[in-house]
Design a protein around this ligand. Sequence first.
Ligand code: DGL
Length: 291
Amino acid sequence: MRIDLMAGASLSAAALCGGAEPTILVFDSGLGGLTVLDALRRARPDARYVYVGDDAAFPYGRLTEAALVARVLDVMERMVAAHHPDLVVIACNTASTVVLPALRQRFTTPFVGVVPPIKPAAAATRSRLVSLLATPGTVARSYTRDLIATYAGACTVTLVGAQNLAGYAEAELAGAPVDDVTLAAEIAPCFVTGADGRRTDVVCLACTHYPLLLPRLEALAPWPVTWIDPAPAIARRVVQLIGPAPRDADRHSAAHGSFTAGTCLTDPLRNALAAHGVGEVAVEAIPLPLQ
Ligand code: DGL
């Protein structure tokens, strides 16, 4: 089995973008990819970033695998042609766990995916009770089951497919946070106590939206756990592929934002995007075909 934690062979910066500053396209169903964009901008502040949110199809967690593959290929066709990225980061577990092979077959551009951080979770746990908090789509993937079998055979992994958490993260960013009781109920199944008294001590944040809620998740957890956010590892992988920032690179230019519906783009949300480094925002409308 091939574990697609990251993209394939390493590429030198010069080979990838002819020595110029690279253009990196960061893609998600909505706003979760901002958590990955933050890590990327810290690692390569000099790069040009295009942030694409497929808000017309949000949430991806409810789409069938076939519908999701077709949708991401369609959107990527448009976005690659419009923005000519040197590298694309699929900053979405729900998509990465099923569409990477099709993307790599269709495009010559390198793709880096984000998949559930099972391996670091298995390394971090002491109690060997780990929970994986993700969308219902990611939890159902055979890819996710294979990751667990490969890396966490010695652990008991509780899969928690959260129906609403990505939406709650978007609401938080848009200035309309859900209340504590609602949020606590969504994460409650992550916290397990075994018959021998062992308790869950690591929770994988296997949806890029969830780190947007991290301070609240920490405050609402019934006991302290290690929350694993894969974003820093993704940024390290991108640097491996395109090379480190030049020594004099201290420039953080604003990322360009592109949304496929734009209906979510209220003033508070535009301010939140700006806080994550996304300045100018455009709508490149790609309606979701009727299923
Ligand atoms: N941010 C996405 C992920 O990492 C999914 C949210 C959704 O569209 O359901 O899985």
